[in-house]
Design a protein around this ligand. Structure first.
Ligand code: SF4
Length: 482
Protein backbone atom coordinates (compact mmCIF):
# COMPACT_ATOMS: atom_id res chain seq x y z
CA UNK A 1 0.00 0.00 0.00
CA UNK A 2 1.49 3.27 -1.06
CA UNK A 3 1.06 5.31 2.04
CA UNK A 4 3.32 4.31 4.88
CA UNK A 5 5.66 1.76 6.40
CA UNK A 6 3.04 -0.84 5.46
CA UNK A 7 4.65 -0.91 2.03
CA UNK A 8 6.73 -3.45 0.15
CA UNK A 9 10.30 -2.33 -0.39
CA UNK A 10 12.81 -3.07 -3.08
CA UNK A 11 16.43 -3.62 -2.22
CA UNK A 12 18.05 -1.48 -4.89
CA UNK A 13 18.63 -0.02 -8.32
CA UNK A 14 21.88 -0.12 -10.27
CA UNK A 15 23.51 1.72 -13.17
CA UNK A 16 26.81 1.59 -15.07
CA UNK A 17 28.43 3.49 -17.92
CA UNK A 18 31.32 2.62 -20.23
CA UNK A 19 32.81 5.10 -22.67
CA UNK A 20 35.68 4.20 -25.05
CA UNK A 21 36.73 7.86 -24.99
CA UNK A 22 37.25 9.77 -21.72
CA UNK A 23 34.01 11.40 -20.52
CA UNK A 24 32.56 12.92 -17.38
CA UNK A 25 31.28 9.53 -16.18
CA UNK A 26 30.32 10.53 -12.59
CA UNK A 27 28.14 13.35 -13.89
CA UNK A 28 26.47 11.10 -16.44
CA UNK A 29 25.80 8.48 -13.74
CA UNK A 30 23.87 10.99 -11.64
CA UNK A 31 20.91 11.04 -14.02
CA UNK A 32 20.08 7.32 -14.33
CA UNK A 33 20.52 6.94 -10.56
CA UNK A 34 18.18 9.87 -10.00
CA UNK A 35 15.61 8.13 -12.23
CA UNK A 36 15.98 4.95 -10.16
CA UNK A 37 15.38 6.71 -6.84
CA UNK A 38 12.06 4.89 -6.36
CA UNK A 39 14.03 1.61 -6.07
CA UNK A 40 15.93 2.75 -2.97
CA UNK A 41 15.93 5.95 -0.96
CA UNK A 42 18.27 5.27 1.92
CA UNK A 43 21.72 5.46 0.40
CA UNK A 44 23.34 6.27 -2.92
CA UNK A 45 26.84 5.88 -4.28
CA UNK A 46 29.10 5.69 -7.28
CA UNK A 47 32.52 4.29 -8.13
CA UNK A 48 34.55 5.24 -11.20
CA UNK A 49 38.03 4.77 -12.58
CA UNK A 50 40.33 7.76 -12.85
CA UNK A 51 44.08 7.75 -13.57
CA UNK A 52 44.37 4.00 -13.01
CA UNK A 53 42.61 3.87 -9.66
CA UNK A 54 39.04 3.52 -8.39
CA UNK A 55 37.37 6.47 -6.71
CA UNK A 56 34.19 5.77 -4.74
CA UNK A 57 31.76 8.00 -2.91
CA UNK A 58 28.61 6.95 -1.09
CA UNK A 59 26.48 8.16 1.76
CA UNK A 60 23.11 7.78 3.42
CA UNK A 61 20.45 9.88 1.71
CA UNK A 62 18.85 10.55 -1.65
CA UNK A 63 20.68 10.85 -4.96
CA UNK A 64 19.97 14.59 -5.15
CA UNK A 65 21.84 15.26 -1.91
CA UNK A 66 24.51 12.53 -1.90
CA UNK A 67 25.63 12.82 -5.52
CA UNK A 68 24.87 16.45 -6.41
CA UNK A 69 28.61 17.22 -6.01
CA UNK A 70 29.12 15.45 -9.36
CA UNK A 71 26.83 17.84 -11.23
CA UNK A 72 29.63 20.39 -11.29
CA UNK A 73 33.25 19.90 -12.31
CA UNK A 74 34.73 17.55 -14.88
CA UNK A 75 36.06 14.15 -13.83
CA UNK A 76 37.45 12.27 -16.80
CA UNK A 77 36.88 8.57 -16.75
CA UNK A 78 35.93 5.69 -19.02
CA UNK A 79 33.94 3.54 -16.64
CA UNK A 80 31.75 3.88 -13.57
CA UNK A 81 28.95 2.17 -11.65
CA UNK A 82 26.30 3.39 -9.23
CA UNK A 83 23.72 2.19 -6.76
CA UNK A 84 20.64 3.30 -4.83
CA UNK A 85 19.67 1.24 -1.80
CA UNK A 86 16.84 0.53 0.56
CA UNK A 87 18.12 -1.29 3.62
CA UNK A 88 16.52 -4.30 5.20
CA UNK A 89 19.25 -6.60 6.48
CA UNK A 90 21.75 -4.75 8.63
CA UNK A 91 19.72 -1.57 8.85
CA UNK A 92 20.37 1.80 7.32
CA UNK A 93 24.13 1.98 7.90
CA UNK A 94 26.81 3.51 5.74
CA UNK A 95 28.88 0.30 5.63
CA UNK A 96 25.99 -1.39 3.83
CA UNK A 97 25.83 1.29 1.12
CA UNK A 98 27.17 0.38 -2.32
CA UNK A 99 29.14 0.17 -4.57
CA UNK A 100 31.56 -1.98 -2.60
CA UNK A 101 35.21 -1.65 -3.65
CA UNK A 102 37.88 -4.20 -2.67
CA UNK A 103 41.50 -5.01 -3.45
CA UNK A 104 42.15 -8.73 -3.74
CA UNK A 105 44.25 -11.28 -5.61
CA UNK A 106 42.12 -10.61 -8.72
CA UNK A 107 42.93 -6.88 -8.59
CA UNK A 108 40.61 -4.05 -7.70
CA UNK A 109 36.90 -4.87 -7.96
CA UNK A 110 33.89 -2.58 -7.54
CA UNK A 111 30.38 -4.05 -7.45
CA UNK A 112 26.78 -2.83 -7.23
CA UNK A 113 24.13 -5.50 -6.80
CA UNK A 114 20.33 -5.65 -6.96
CA UNK A 115 18.61 -8.73 -5.60
CA UNK A 116 19.04 -11.49 -3.10
CA UNK A 117 21.11 -14.68 -3.30
CA UNK A 118 18.77 -17.43 -2.14
CA UNK A 119 21.57 -19.98 -1.42
CA UNK A 120 23.68 -17.35 0.39
CA UNK A 121 23.49 -19.13 3.75
CA UNK A 122 25.02 -22.36 2.44
CA UNK A 123 27.72 -20.53 0.47
CA UNK A 124 28.59 -18.31 3.43
CA UNK A 125 28.70 -21.28 5.81
CA UNK A 126 31.17 -23.06 3.53
CA UNK A 127 33.45 -20.02 3.37
CA UNK A 128 33.31 -19.44 7.13
CA UNK A 129 34.32 -23.09 7.64
CA UNK A 130 37.31 -22.39 5.40
CA UNK A 131 38.29 -19.38 7.53
CA UNK A 132 36.67 -16.43 5.76
CA UNK A 133 35.83 -13.38 7.88
CA UNK A 134 32.72 -11.40 6.95
CA UNK A 135 32.18 -7.78 7.93
CA UNK A 136 28.56 -7.49 6.81
CA UNK A 137 25.61 -9.79 6.25
CA UNK A 138 25.28 -8.63 2.65
CA UNK A 139 25.19 -10.95 -0.33
CA UNK A 140 27.45 -8.53 -2.14
CA UNK A 141 30.32 -9.15 0.26
CA UNK A 142 29.77 -12.89 -0.20
CA UNK A 143 30.19 -12.52 -3.98
CA UNK A 144 33.46 -10.60 -3.46
CA UNK A 145 34.78 -13.32 -1.12
CA UNK A 146 33.95 -15.98 -3.67
CA UNK A 147 35.71 -14.04 -6.43
CA UNK A 148 38.81 -13.58 -4.32
CA UNK A 149 38.92 -17.23 -3.22
CA UNK A 150 38.34 -18.67 -6.68
CA UNK A 151 41.29 -20.78 -7.81
CA UNK A 152 40.93 -19.45 -11.33
CA UNK A 153 43.72 -17.11 -12.36
CA UNK A 154 41.77 -14.49 -14.22
CA UNK A 155 38.96 -12.30 -12.99
CA UNK A 156 36.82 -13.24 -15.99
CA UNK A 157 36.91 -17.00 -15.40
CA UNK A 158 36.55 -16.53 -11.64
CA UNK A 159 33.42 -14.47 -12.24
CA UNK A 160 31.93 -17.15 -14.48
CA UNK A 161 32.60 -19.79 -11.80
CA UNK A 162 31.06 -17.68 -9.06
CA UNK A 163 27.96 -16.89 -11.09
CA UNK A 164 27.42 -20.56 -11.75
CA UNK A 165 27.37 -21.24 -8.00
CA UNK A 166 24.90 -18.47 -7.16
CA UNK A 167 21.16 -18.99 -6.99
CA UNK A 168 18.50 -16.33 -6.72
CA UNK A 169 18.20 -12.77 -7.92
CA UNK A 170 21.39 -10.98 -8.84
CA UNK A 171 21.45 -8.32 -11.47
CA UNK A 172 24.73 -6.52 -10.97
CA UNK A 173 27.32 -4.25 -12.49
CA UNK A 174 31.01 -4.77 -11.73
CA UNK A 175 34.11 -2.78 -12.55
CA UNK A 176 37.46 -4.46 -12.99
CA UNK A 177 40.45 -2.54 -14.34
CA UNK A 178 38.99 -0.33 -17.04
CA UNK A 179 36.14 -2.73 -17.91
CA UNK A 180 32.46 -2.87 -17.03
CA UNK A 181 30.63 -6.17 -16.49
CA UNK A 182 26.83 -6.42 -16.38
CA UNK A 183 25.08 -9.60 -15.25
CA UNK A 184 21.47 -10.78 -15.12
CA UNK A 185 20.75 -14.02 -13.26
CA UNK A 186 19.54 -17.08 -15.18
CA UNK A 187 15.98 -16.79 -13.81
CA UNK A 188 15.81 -13.10 -14.72
CA UNK A 189 14.10 -12.04 -11.48
CA UNK A 190 15.10 -8.38 -11.85
CA UNK A 191 15.30 -6.35 -15.05
CA UNK A 192 18.52 -4.91 -16.50
CA UNK A 193 18.72 -2.70 -19.57
CA UNK A 194 21.42 -1.53 -21.93
CA UNK A 195 21.30 1.49 -24.24
CA UNK A 196 23.67 3.82 -26.09
CA UNK A 197 24.22 7.56 -25.88
CA UNK A 198 26.91 9.77 -27.38
CA UNK A 199 29.38 6.89 -27.80
CA UNK A 200 28.72 5.59 -24.27
CA UNK A 201 27.10 2.30 -23.28
CA UNK A 202 24.69 2.76 -20.38
CA UNK A 203 23.28 0.04 -18.12
CA UNK A 204 20.41 0.47 -15.68
CA UNK A 205 17.74 -1.43 -13.77
CA UNK A 206 14.90 0.18 -15.73
CA UNK A 207 14.40 1.75 -19.13
CA UNK A 208 13.31 5.08 -17.57
CA UNK A 209 16.92 5.49 -16.38
CA UNK A 210 18.18 5.15 -19.96
CA UNK A 211 15.49 7.48 -21.31
CA UNK A 212 16.70 10.32 -19.10
CA UNK A 213 20.05 10.32 -20.94
CA UNK A 214 18.33 9.95 -24.32
CA UNK A 215 19.76 6.45 -24.88
CA UNK A 216 18.93 4.74 -28.17
CA UNK A 217 18.77 1.07 -29.21
CA UNK A 218 17.65 0.05 -25.75
CA UNK A 219 17.26 -3.63 -24.98
CA UNK A 220 16.83 -5.84 -21.96
CA UNK A 221 19.61 -8.26 -21.09
CA UNK A 222 18.34 -11.83 -21.32
CA UNK A 223 18.35 -13.99 -18.17
CA UNK A 224 21.83 -15.49 -17.87
CA UNK A 225 23.51 -12.75 -19.95
CA UNK A 226 26.93 -11.36 -19.11
CA UNK A 227 27.89 -8.24 -21.00
CA UNK A 228 31.54 -7.13 -20.95
CA UNK A 229 32.51 -3.63 -22.09
CA UNK A 230 36.08 -2.50 -22.60
CA UNK A 231 38.62 -1.30 -25.13
CA UNK A 232 37.95 -4.51 -27.12
CA UNK A 233 34.33 -3.45 -27.58
CA UNK A 234 31.22 -5.28 -26.35
CA UNK A 235 31.41 -9.01 -25.62
CA UNK A 236 28.54 -11.35 -24.77
CA UNK A 237 28.89 -14.36 -22.51
CA UNK A 238 26.38 -16.66 -20.84
CA UNK A 239 25.90 -18.11 -17.38
CA UNK A 240 24.97 -21.78 -17.78
CA UNK A 241 21.24 -21.74 -17.04
CA UNK A 242 21.05 -25.44 -16.06
CA UNK A 243 17.52 -25.66 -17.39
CA UNK A 244 16.29 -22.85 -15.17
CA UNK A 245 13.12 -21.19 -16.35
CA UNK A 246 12.40 -17.52 -16.49
CA UNK A 247 10.94 -16.26 -13.20
CA UNK A 248 10.59 -12.52 -13.67
CA UNK A 249 9.22 -10.77 -10.58
CA UNK A 250 5.60 -9.91 -11.32
CA UNK A 251 5.74 -7.23 -8.60
CA UNK A 252 7.96 -5.14 -10.87
CA UNK A 253 4.87 -4.72 -13.05
CA UNK A 254 2.37 -4.43 -10.19
CA UNK A 255 4.24 -1.87 -8.11
CA UNK A 256 8.02 -1.46 -8.21
CA UNK A 257 8.97 -0.26 -11.67
CA UNK A 258 8.17 3.28 -12.71
CA UNK A 259 5.05 3.48 -14.90
CA UNK A 260 7.01 5.02 -17.79
CA UNK A 261 9.44 2.07 -17.84
CA UNK A 262 9.26 -1.02 -19.98
CA UNK A 263 10.31 -4.13 -18.10
CA UNK A 264 10.20 -7.79 -19.15
CA UNK A 265 9.13 -6.71 -22.63
CA UNK A 266 6.01 -5.01 -21.28
CA UNK A 267 5.04 -1.37 -20.78
CA UNK A 268 4.49 -0.98 -17.03
CA UNK A 269 1.80 1.66 -17.48
CA UNK A 270 -0.24 -0.52 -19.83
CA UNK A 271 0.14 -3.60 -17.62
CA UNK A 272 -1.12 -1.69 -14.57
CA UNK A 273 -4.05 -0.24 -16.48
CA UNK A 274 -4.96 -3.75 -17.64
CA UNK A 275 -4.87 -4.94 -14.02
CA UNK A 276 -7.34 -2.18 -13.14
CA UNK A 277 -9.52 -3.19 -16.09
CA UNK A 278 -9.47 -6.82 -14.92
CA UNK A 279 -10.54 -5.75 -11.42
CA UNK A 280 -13.41 -3.75 -12.91
CA UNK A 281 -14.45 -6.87 -14.84
CA UNK A 282 -14.65 -8.87 -11.60
CA UNK A 283 -16.84 -6.19 -9.99
CA UNK A 284 -19.06 -6.06 -13.07
CA UNK A 285 -19.56 -9.84 -12.88
CA UNK A 286 -20.44 -9.48 -9.20
CA UNK A 287 -22.89 -6.66 -9.99
CA UNK A 288 -21.00 -4.19 -7.80
CA UNK A 289 -20.61 -0.55 -8.76
CA UNK A 290 -19.70 2.78 -7.13
CA UNK A 291 -19.90 6.55 -7.73
CA UNK A 292 -16.25 7.37 -8.10
CA UNK A 293 -12.87 5.66 -8.69
CA UNK A 294 -10.15 6.98 -6.38
CA UNK A 295 -6.50 5.82 -6.48
CA UNK A 296 -4.18 5.58 -3.53
CA UNK A 297 -1.52 7.85 -5.06
CA UNK A 298 0.88 7.02 -6.59
CA UNK A 299 0.81 3.23 -6.24
CA UNK A 300 -2.80 2.80 -7.39
CA UNK A 301 -3.10 5.63 -9.91
CA UNK A 302 -2.48 3.81 -13.18
CA UNK A 303 -4.66 0.83 -12.29
CA UNK A 304 -7.43 3.22 -11.19
CA UNK A 305 -7.41 4.84 -14.65
CA UNK A 306 -7.87 1.37 -16.17
CA UNK A 307 -10.61 0.54 -13.68
CA UNK A 308 -12.47 3.78 -14.47
CA UNK A 309 -12.18 3.29 -18.23
CA UNK A 310 -13.48 -0.27 -18.07
CA UNK A 311 -16.27 0.39 -15.56
CA UNK A 312 -17.45 3.77 -16.85
CA UNK A 313 -17.29 5.10 -13.27
CA UNK A 314 -15.67 8.58 -13.13
CA UNK A 315 -12.04 8.81 -11.95
CA UNK A 316 -10.93 11.52 -9.55
CA UNK A 317 -8.13 12.29 -7.11
CA UNK A 318 -10.01 11.88 -3.84
CA UNK A 319 -6.71 11.53 -1.97
CA UNK A 320 -3.81 13.96 -2.13
CA UNK A 321 -0.30 12.76 -1.51
CA UNK A 322 2.26 14.94 0.20
CA UNK A 323 5.39 14.19 -1.82
CA UNK A 324 7.58 15.85 0.79
CA UNK A 325 6.71 13.30 3.47
CA UNK A 326 9.69 10.96 3.50
CA UNK A 327 9.71 7.39 4.54
CA UNK A 328 7.45 6.88 7.53
CA UNK A 329 8.26 4.52 10.33
CA UNK A 330 6.42 1.75 12.08
CA UNK A 331 4.38 3.59 14.69
CA UNK A 332 3.50 1.77 17.90
CA UNK A 333 0.00 3.14 18.47
CA UNK A 334 -3.05 3.40 16.23
CA UNK A 335 -3.22 7.18 16.75
CA UNK A 336 0.41 7.60 15.67
CA UNK A 337 -0.11 5.35 12.66
CA UNK A 338 -3.11 7.40 11.61
CA UNK A 339 -1.07 10.57 11.97
CA UNK A 340 1.67 9.07 9.77
CA UNK A 341 -0.89 8.23 7.08
CA UNK A 342 -2.43 11.73 7.33
CA UNK A 343 1.02 13.24 6.86
CA UNK A 344 1.32 11.44 3.55
CA UNK A 345 -2.23 11.02 2.24
CA UNK A 346 -5.21 13.22 2.81
CA UNK A 347 -8.78 13.07 1.53
CA UNK A 348 -10.24 15.74 -0.75
CA UNK A 349 -13.62 16.19 0.92
CA UNK A 350 -15.30 17.88 -2.07
CA UNK A 351 -14.54 14.85 -4.22
CA UNK A 352 -15.62 12.05 -1.92
CA UNK A 353 -18.35 13.38 0.41
CA UNK A 354 -21.54 11.36 0.03
CA UNK A 355 -19.98 9.03 -2.58
CA UNK A 356 -19.52 5.32 -2.83
CA UNK A 357 -15.73 5.17 -3.39
CA UNK A 358 -13.95 2.43 -5.36
CA UNK A 359 -10.48 2.78 -3.77
CA UNK A 360 -7.70 1.27 -5.92
CA UNK A 361 -4.22 0.25 -4.72
CA UNK A 362 -1.47 -2.20 -5.62
CA UNK A 363 -1.37 -4.67 -2.71
CA UNK A 364 -2.27 -5.29 0.90
CA UNK A 365 0.50 -6.19 3.35
CA UNK A 366 -0.46 -5.86 7.03
CA UNK A 367 -3.64 -3.85 6.50
CA UNK A 368 -2.68 -1.11 8.95
CA UNK A 369 -2.43 1.66 6.33
CA UNK A 370 -5.66 0.55 4.67
CA UNK A 371 -7.43 0.70 8.01
CA UNK A 372 -6.28 4.28 8.64
CA UNK A 373 -7.09 5.30 5.10
CA UNK A 374 -10.62 3.93 5.14
CA UNK A 375 -11.22 5.72 8.42
CA UNK A 376 -9.97 8.99 6.90
CA UNK A 377 -12.24 8.62 3.86
CA UNK A 378 -15.29 7.83 5.96
CA UNK A 379 -14.61 10.71 8.32
CA UNK A 380 -14.38 12.93 5.24
CA UNK A 381 -17.90 11.84 4.29
CA UNK A 382 -17.48 8.83 1.97
CA UNK A 383 -20.73 6.86 2.06
CA UNK A 384 -19.06 3.56 1.18
CA UNK A 385 -15.43 2.49 0.60
CA UNK A 386 -14.67 -0.57 -1.54
CA UNK A 387 -10.96 -1.44 -1.56
CA UNK A 388 -9.60 -3.06 -4.75
CA UNK A 389 -6.07 -4.49 -5.03
CA UNK A 390 -4.15 -5.29 -8.23
CA UNK A 391 -2.07 -7.97 -6.52
CA UNK A 392 -3.46 -11.32 -5.38
CA UNK A 393 -3.40 -12.04 -1.65
CA UNK A 394 0.18 -11.87 -0.33
CA UNK A 395 0.88 -14.99 1.72
CA UNK A 396 4.56 -15.98 1.38
CA UNK A 397 7.98 -14.38 1.96
CA UNK A 398 10.18 -13.35 -0.96
CA UNK A 399 13.76 -14.64 -1.17
CA UNK A 400 14.58 -12.73 -4.34
CA UNK A 401 15.06 -9.11 -3.33
CA UNK A 402 11.74 -7.84 -2.00
CA UNK A 403 11.19 -7.09 1.66
CA UNK A 404 7.95 -8.94 2.44
CA UNK A 405 7.07 -9.42 6.13
CA UNK A 406 6.78 -12.87 7.70
CA UNK A 407 3.73 -15.03 7.03
CA UNK A 408 2.36 -14.17 10.45
CA UNK A 409 2.37 -10.46 9.65
CA UNK A 410 0.65 -10.76 6.28
CA UNK A 411 -3.02 -10.05 6.80
CA UNK A 412 -4.14 -12.47 4.07
CA UNK A 413 -2.75 -15.36 6.13
CA UNK A 414 -5.05 -14.44 8.98
CA UNK A 415 -8.23 -13.17 7.39
CA UNK A 416 -10.49 -13.75 4.37
CA UNK A 417 -11.32 -10.73 2.15
CA UNK A 418 -14.63 -10.39 4.05
CA UNK A 419 -12.84 -10.44 7.41
CA UNK A 420 -10.27 -7.94 6.11
CA UNK A 421 -13.10 -5.62 5.03
CA UNK A 422 -14.54 -5.82 8.51
CA UNK A 423 -11.12 -5.26 10.13
CA UNK A 424 -10.24 -2.18 8.05
CA UNK A 425 -13.81 -0.79 8.13
CA UNK A 426 -14.37 -1.06 4.35
CA UNK A 427 -17.64 -2.10 2.75
CA UNK A 428 -15.85 -4.69 0.64
CA UNK A 429 -12.34 -5.84 -0.33
CA UNK A 430 -11.45 -7.59 -3.58
CA UNK A 431 -8.06 -8.84 -4.80
CA UNK A 432 -7.19 -9.52 -8.42
CA UNK A 433 -6.78 -13.29 -8.18
CA UNK A 434 -3.79 -15.07 -9.69
CA UNK A 435 -5.72 -16.53 -12.63
CA UNK A 436 -7.01 -13.09 -13.68
CA UNK A 437 -3.63 -11.44 -13.08
CA UNK A 438 -2.11 -13.92 -15.52
CA UNK A 439 -4.65 -12.99 -18.20
CA UNK A 440 -3.21 -9.47 -18.40
CA UNK A 441 0.41 -10.66 -18.79
CA UNK A 442 1.97 -11.74 -22.03
CA UNK A 443 3.96 -14.97 -21.53
CA UNK A 444 2.46 -15.43 -18.07
CA UNK A 445 4.48 -18.63 -17.50
CA UNK A 446 7.72 -16.58 -17.49
CA UNK A 447 6.95 -14.87 -14.17
CA UNK A 448 7.48 -15.60 -10.48
CA UNK A 449 4.31 -15.58 -8.34
CA UNK A 450 5.79 -17.23 -5.26
CA UNK A 451 4.70 -14.58 -2.72
CA UNK A 452 1.09 -15.36 -3.67
CA UNK A 453 1.30 -19.08 -4.31
CA UNK A 454 4.14 -20.35 -2.11
CA UNK A 455 5.43 -22.21 -5.15
CA UNK A 456 9.03 -21.05 -5.56
CA UNK A 457 11.02 -21.28 -8.77
CA UNK A 458 14.17 -22.23 -6.79
CA UNK A 459 14.88 -24.07 -3.57
CA UNK A 460 14.51 -21.55 -0.72
CA UNK A 461 15.21 -21.66 3.03
CA UNK A 462 11.64 -21.99 4.32
CA UNK A 463 10.99 -22.94 7.92
CA UNK A 464 9.61 -26.40 8.69
CA UNK A 465 6.22 -24.85 9.40
CA UNK A 466 6.24 -23.03 6.07
CA UNK A 467 7.17 -26.22 4.23
CA UNK A 468 4.22 -28.03 5.77
CA UNK A 469 1.93 -25.27 4.55
CA UNK A 470 3.33 -25.09 1.01
CA UNK A 471 0.66 -25.84 -1.58
CA UNK A 472 0.75 -28.96 -3.66
CA UNK A 473 -1.53 -27.26 -6.12
CA UNK A 474 -0.91 -28.12 -9.73
CA UNK A 475 -2.59 -24.84 -10.77
CA UNK A 476 0.64 -23.07 -9.90
CA UNK A 477 3.09 -23.71 -12.68
CA UNK A 478 6.30 -23.19 -10.70
CA UNK A 479 7.54 -26.21 -8.83
CA UNK A 480 10.46 -25.73 -6.47
CA UNK A 481 13.69 -27.02 -7.97
CA UNK A 482 16.21 -28.79 -5.85
S1 SF4 B 1 8.28 -13.89 -4.53
FE1 SF4 B 1 6.95 -12.17 -5.21
S2 SF4 B 1 8.14 -10.33 -4.84
FE2 SF4 B 1 9.59 -12.05 -4.79
S3 SF4 B 1 10.38 -12.27 -6.87
FE3 SF4 B 1 8.61 -13.63 -6.73
S4 SF4 B 1 6.87 -12.34 -7.43
FE4 SF4 B 1 8.56 -10.95 -6.95
Amino acid sequence: MGGSSDTLKHFCGIAGIYSPAPANIPQHLFFPLFSLQHRGQESAGIAYRKDGRTIAYKDLGMVSSVLSRYLTGHRESRVGIGHVRYSTHGGNKLENAQPLVVQCNKGEIAIAHNGNISNALQLRHRLVEEGAIFQTSSDTELILHMLSRSRRDSFDTALEDVLEALEGAYTMVLMHDERLFAVRDPNGFRPLFVGYHDGMTVLASESCALDVLGCTDQRELEPGDILVLGQDGEQHRRIPTKGRRKAQCVFELIYFARPDSRVFGTGVYTARKDMGRALAGLDREAGLTGDIVVPVPDSGTTAAIGYAEASGIPFDFGLTRNHYAGRSFIMPTTAERELAVRMKLHPVTDVIAGKSVMLIDDSLVRGTTARSLVKLLKRAGAREVHLRLCAPELRWPCFFGIDIPTRDELISNKKSPEEIAEYIGADSVRFLDLAHLKTVLSKADEFCYACFSGSYPLAVPLTEEERRRQPRDKDFPMEPQT
